[in-house]
Design a protein around this ligand. Structure first.
Ligand code: GLC
Length: 735
C-alpha cells in the first residue's frame, strides 16, 4: 500500500511539475511533493514540532535513557519530527539515536526520519568524550579564520556520526553590551568580525567532506536584536534604531544567508516593542523577503508560549500560535508540551490558518531532511567514533586557545623563566569547569566531578610545563580568614611569581544576569593580597564578559584575558607563560575601565572612548614595526574601482610570533554620523624574528565606505576617507 502511495505521489508530483514552464524538476522538490501530498494534517503539524529529549527520557533527565511510552506517544500519536538536547557518552548517544530513529521510521505511516538538534556551540560539548573548544569570544580574539574553520570541522566530525544532524550554532548576535550574559557566546562587538567568523563556521560545518555520507545543518541565531537589551539582562527588551539594525545587527545574518546557512533560530526577546517570534515585519518582511532566507525558521525554547507569559504580546497561547505562524516560523521548539499541535489544528479547522500555509513550513522541513540525506542515512555509525576526542582534535583545541589568549598587560614579568617558583591561586587555579565554561555536558557547565578525567587544570599544566617541585597551589577563590591570609603570605615568601586567577563561574542566559560589572570584591582582595607580598603578580581573567578590575589593574605586573579557553586551555596558557610561544590574541571587544562607561570602539565624534583596553588591543613577547602604508589610488573615481593598500611589518624582536593585522576605514563626515572607525579587513600571519613582510588589502570603496540608511538603502557620500592600520593612516577622497 505504501509503495502504491509513493508511486501515486510521485506521478502526481511529476504531473504538476509538468504543468510548469519547461525546466528540469528539482529532484528534492519532487520527493517533497510526493510525500506532502500523502500527509495528513496531524502528520504535517508533527513535522513542525520539536520536543526536548527530557520529554522522552526517564525522569525527564538529560541522560539518554528512553521513556518508551512517552516516546511512542510523541512519534505515533503526535507524529513529532524533531527532538533536541541531551548529554551523555558516545555509546549512549549511538544507542539512543539508533533506537528512536528505528521507531520513527519503522512504526510511522510515512517513515519520515527525525532530525535531531544539539547545541554543540564550542565543540562536541554534549558528548562526554568530546573535544571542548574555547568559547566563541575567545576564538574571535584570535582574528584567525583558520582557527574557527578547524574548530567547525572538529565539531562536525565529532557530531555527525552520532546522528546529530542539526547544530544550533553559531551565535551571530553582536556582542556590544558588556552586561549581556551571552557575550561569551558571540564573536565580539564588531559586525564585520562576527560576519567573517560566523560565516567561516557555517561554511566549514555545512560542507565537511570528512563526515560523508552525512551532511549537517548549522543555525544562525538568534535573529535579531537579542544582544543589546536595554537592561543588560537576557531576554529583556532591545530598542535599536533601524539604521543601527541595518548597519550593525543585520550583516552577520545576511552573510550567513548569502553563504547558504540552512536554518535560523529566532531571538527570544522583543525588539522595538515587538516580541520577535510574533513579528511578521521581522520574520517575513525582513528575514524572508528582504534578506531572502529560504530555509527553516525555528523558534527558541517555548517561545510561542513566552509571547504570552514573558511579553504579554497575546491574550493566550492559541493567539500567540496564530501570531507566530503568521509571522513566519516553521518549527516550534515546544520542548515539553503538545499545545502547539493542538492549537495549530484548531486554527486550521477554524480557517484562521490555511493548510497551504502549513504546507509551506512542512515543505521547508522535509526539504531540509532530504538535503541532509536523512532519508538515506538516518542512523548513527560506529566505525569512526575513535575520532571523538582524538589527539589531533585536542591539538586543534590547544591551537585555538594559544591563538586567542590576550596579553593585556606585561611589565617585564612574562614569560616566566624555567626554574622559578610559582604560586597559583584563585577560582580557576585547579578547576576544569572554569576552563570549559557553560554549555559543557550541562547547560550551566557540569560540576568538576563530571568534567573530563584526561584534562589538565592550570595547576597541573603549570606543574607539567615548569617543574612540579616549583609550582604550589593555594586553592582558594578568596581569602576568608586571618589564618588563610597568614598561610598565603607565608607561601608567597617562598615563591618568585604569583598567578591569581579571577573571573566568573560558568553561567548561561538569564542565570548570568548582573547589575554591576565590577569583579567580585573578594577576588580583587585576593589579587591585592598578592600584590602586598611584593612578588610579581600575574592575573588571569576567566570570564564571559569584561568585569571591571580597576582596583588592581595598575599594581599587578601582567594581565591575561583567558575567557573560557576549553579542554586544552590550561596547557596552552602554561605554554604561553613559559615563552615557547608568544601570545597573539587581540580583544574582539572593548574592555571598560569603569562600570558606567560602555561605548564600543565604533563610537561617535561627540562621544568619548575611554576603555581600560580598546578593541584590537593585545600584546606580544616581541614587537612589530609597521611602515610604508600606501594606497594605489587616493582618488575614488568609481565606487567599484579596486584600490590596493599595502603596508610593511617587521618583527623587531627576538622570537617568532603571530600578528593579527587589523585594517579600519574612517569616513570623516556622514549625513548619518559616522563611527570613529570600522574594521573592514583582518588577517593573521606568523613573522619570524627580524623578518619584514609586505601585506596588502584590496578593496572597493563601495564595500567599505558606504553605509545603510534606516531603510537599508546604501549611502555612499563624497568626501574624505582614511584607511588605518596599527595607528598609521592614509587618506583617500571621493569627489
Ligand atoms: C536556549 C538558547 C538557544 C539554544 C536553545 C536550545 O534557550 O537560547 O541558544 O539553542 O535554547 O538549547
Amino acid at each position: 500500500m505504501i509503495k502504491q502511495n509513493l508511486i501515486l505521489g510521485i506521478l502526481l508530483a511529476v504531473f504538476f511539475s509538468a504543468c510548469k514552464p519547461k525546466q528540469m524538476p528539482d529532484p528534492i522538490e519532487l520527493k517533497v511533493d510526493s510525500l506532502l501530498v500523502q500527509m495528513t494534517l496531524d502528520e504535517k503539524i508533527g513535522q513542525m514540532t520539536q520536543l526536548c529529549f527530557s520529554t522522552i527520557t526517564l525522569n525527564g533527565s538529560k541522560n539518554l535513557d528512553l521513556n518508551v511510552n512517552n516516546f511512542r506517544e510523541a512519534v505515533t500519536k503526535y507524529h513529532v519530527g524533531s527532538f533536541l538536547s541531551g548529554s551523555d557518552s558516545i555509546v549512549k548517544w549511538v544507542n539512543f539515536i539508533t533506537n528512536i530513529q528505528k521507531v520513527a521510521i519503522n512504526e510511522t505511516r510515512l517513515h519520515i526520519p527525525l532530525i535531531i538538534g544539539i547545541d554543540h556551540v564550542h565543540g562536541a560539548n554534549y558528548v562526554n568524550e568530546g573535544t571542548i573548544l574555547p568559547h566563541n569570544l575567545n576564538i574571535s580574539c584570535s582574528f584567525d579564520t583558520e582557527i574557527i574553520k578547524k574548530g567547525a570541522k572538529v565539531t562536525a566530525i565529532e557530531t555527525a556520526d552520532l546522528g546529530l544532524t542539526w547544530n544550533f550554532a553559531p551565535v551571530l548576535d553582536i556582542g556590544k553590551n558588556p552586561y549581556w550574559p551571552r557575550l561569551y557566546e558571540t564573536f565580539g562587538e564588531d559586525p564585520y568580525l562576527c560576519s567573517v567568523m560566523g560565516t567561516a563556521f557555517i561554511t566549514s560545518y555545512e560542507n565537511c567532506p570528512e563526515i560523508a555520507p552525512y551532511k549537517l545543518a548549522a543555525c544562525a541565531k538568534h535573529f535579531i536584536g537579542y544582544s543589546d537589551p536595554r537592561s543588560g539582562w537576557d531576554r529583556t527588551p532591545s530598542e535599536i534604531p533601524w539604521q543601527v539594525i541595518y548597519e550593525q545587527f543585520i550583516p552577520s545574518f545576511r552573510s550567513a544567508i548569502d553563504n547558504g546557512v540552512k536554518t535560523f533560530m529566532i531571538n527570544s526577546g522583543e525588539l522595538n516593542g515587538e516580541p520577535v517570534h510574533g513579528s511578521k515585519r521581522l520574520l517575513t518582511g525582513l528575514l524572508r523577503n528582504e534578506l531572502g532566507f529560504k530555509g527553516v525558521i525555528l523558534t527558541d525554547i517555548k517561545d510561542i508560549k513566552k509571547i504570552v507569559d514573558m511579553h504579554a504580546g497575546a491574550d493566550n497561547e492559541k493567539e500567540a500560535t496564530l501570531m507566530a505562524i503568521n509571522a513566519g516560523i516553521d518549527m516550534s521548539m515546544a520542548c515539553n508540551a503538545y499545545d502547539f499541535c493542538t492549537y495549530i489544528k484548531e486554527l486550521v479547522q477554524e480557517g484562521k490558518i490555511t493548510e497551504e500555509r502549513i504546507n509551506e513550513s512542512v515543505r521547508r522541513i522535509l526539504r531540509l531532511k532530504f538535503e541532509l540525506g536523512l532519508f538515506d542515512n538516518p542512523y548513527p555509525r560506529s566505525d569512526r567514533l575513535a575520532k571523538i576526542g582524538c589527539k589531533e582534535h585536542r591539538q586543534v583545541a590547544k591551537e585555538a586557545a594559544l591563538a586567542s589568549t590576550v596579553l593585556l598587560k606585561n611589565e617585564n614579568v612574562l614569560p616566566i623563566p624555567m626554574g622559578k617558583k610559582i604560586l597559583v591561586t584563585g577560582l580557576a587555579a585547579n578547576s576544569k569547569q572554569m576552563l570549559n565554561g557553560a554549555w559543557t555536558f550541562d547547560w550551566l557547565g557540569a560540576p568538576e566531578e563530571r568534567q573530563p578525567k584526561n584534562m589538565n587544570t592550570l595547576y597541573s599544566a603549570l606543574a607539567k610545563t615548569f617543574d612540579s617541585n616549583n609550582v604550589t597551589l593555594f586553592d582558594v577563590e578568596k581569602l576568608t580568614s586571618e589564618a588563610q591570609q597568614k598561610d598565603f603570605a607565608k607561601l608567597a615568601k617562598k615563591t618568585d611569581y604569583i598567578i591569581v586567577t579571577v573571573g566568573e563561574r560558568p553561567y548561561s542566559e538569564f542565570k548570568g544576569n548582573i547589575n554591576d560589572l565590577t569583579l567580585d570584591a573578594g577576588q580583587s582582595d585576593l589579587v591585592l593580597a598578592a600584590v602586598a607580598t611584593g612578588k610579581p603578580v600575574i592575573v588571569m581573567l576567566f570570564e564571559g564578559r569584561p568585569r571591571i578590575i580597576a582596583r588592581f589593574v595598575d599594581t599587578v605586573g601582567a594581565i591575561l584575558f583567558t575567557g573560557y579557553p576549553g579542554i586544552m586551555g590550561a596547557d596552552a596558557i602554561a605554554e604561553l607563560l613559559s615563552g615557547t610561544i608568544s601570545p597573539a590574541g587581540k580583544l574582539s571587544f572593548t574592555y571598560p575601565a569603569e562600570v558606567g562607561h560602555q561605548v564600543p570602539y565604533y563610537y561617535k565624534k561627540s562621544e568619548k572612548y575611554l576603555p581600560l583596553y580598546p578593541f584590537g588591543h593585545g600584546l606580544s613577547y616581541t614587537s612589530f614595526e609597521y611602515s610604508g602604508l600606501q594606497l594605489s589610488d587616493s582618488l575614488i573615481t568609481r565606487p567599484d574601482q579596486e584600490i590596493t593598500a599595502t603596508v610593511y611589518i617587521k618583527n623587531t624582536g627576538q622570537i617568532e610570533a603571530s600578528e593579527a593585522i587589523l585594517w579600519y576605514v574612517k569616513d570623516e563626515v556622514g549625513t548619518i554620523t559616522r563611527p570613529d572607525k570600522k574594521l573592514c579587513f583582518f588577517e593573521k600571519d606568523i613573522l619570524p624574528a627580524g623578518i619584514r613582510k609586505k601585506y596588502t588589502f584590496k578593496f572597493k570603496p563601495i564595500d567599505v565606505c558606504a553605509y545603510p540608511d534606516e531603510h537599508g538603502s546604501t549611502v555612499f557620500e563624497k568626501g574624505k576617507f582614511s584607511l588605518l592600520v596599527a595607528g598609521m593612516q592614509v587618506n583617500f577622497y571621493y569627489k
